[in-house]
Design a binder for this molecule. Sequence first.
Ligand code: MRU
Length: 374
Amino acid sequence: MRIEGIHHRSIGLTEDGRYVQVIDQTRLPHEVVFERLDSLSQAASAIKEMRVRGAPLIGATAAYGIWLALRDDPSDEMLDSANELLLSTRPTAFNLQWALDRVSAKVRPLPPSLRADAAFHEAGLICEEDVAINRAIGAFGLPFIKDAWERLGRRRAVNVLTHCNAGWLATVDFGTALSPVYLAHDEGIPVHVWVDETRPRLQGALTAWELASHGVPCTVITDNAGGLLMQKGQVDLCLVGTDRTTAAGDVCNKIGTYLKALAAKDCNVPFLVALPHPTIDWTVFDGVSDIPIEDRDSDEVTNVHGLTSGGQLSSVRPFPGETNVVNPAFDITPAGLVTALVTDRGVCSATTEGLLSLFPERQGRSSPKGEPRQ
Ligand code: MRU
């Protein structure tokens, strides 16, 4: 992703290589502020307060968080407490647990003096692999956009609807759901994106910002507008990300995704999910029963954050002070509503069989919390 002509990843190291550097996403799209993470507690608070966000980026940040922790204290106790703290930041995105398990498995058998370097190395690998995963998802997702363009007789741009932000900002680079969109645009296929605003935190603003920075035409819509656009034939495909996908193909993603999938089914619009393999929770089949849904602060719903007419970042409260609020951050789209999973290994149906056809090494290796559906 280019900012003022310079290519940036969403996470990297400071110039001296001694600290982690991220972009504070709570200040976007209004200002680009790079934040230095010096310690475990800073990495944990960046995830919890959503200065970094998006399942793959949360995982990468947590991996570096282990490095920062072990650099200060490479003991078993620190490894345990760092894992516990980071895991508690955001419960839904599976990449967090995946990254922590992966780094811990590498460093725990080592003598303490070697642990920090090993964690650093593993975090770097996780970042490089994320970039490769997203490029692969782009390549496997591109034919859906190309085919839509052919079906349209190349007469108008392909209209893609997306929810939340599953782009460059949610990953180390390229994004998952937006990766095929960027590829299509770069290949000269006209593509236009309907961007759900994504209340309450308005990640649609991030999506609109990064699409515009790449030159991809897009239009922001309210979260409730997609159904009408689908009924009127103005959406050719839906393309979303995922925070955790079960071994049966149920997809947990940002709240509101499920309603889009229902509308897509009713309107015969393909509903595609971009799925990096570290997001698959092979231990769970039934998403509704077994995926922990993050319950976030009521302030996110009662307050709206943005720029004042004077150009200051501020928040206002459209609701009365005593309003009751619940704020679940994610929902489950049952596998039956998902047209296809676009993974880094290829495209498959949202079924256990489909997933196992791409990940045969998982056959018989999951220890399911629930039974696969018949
Ligand atoms: O709460 P967020 O902003 O972290 O939620 C992000 C999403 O729901 C994304 O769609 C998901 O993480 C996939 S990102 C590649």
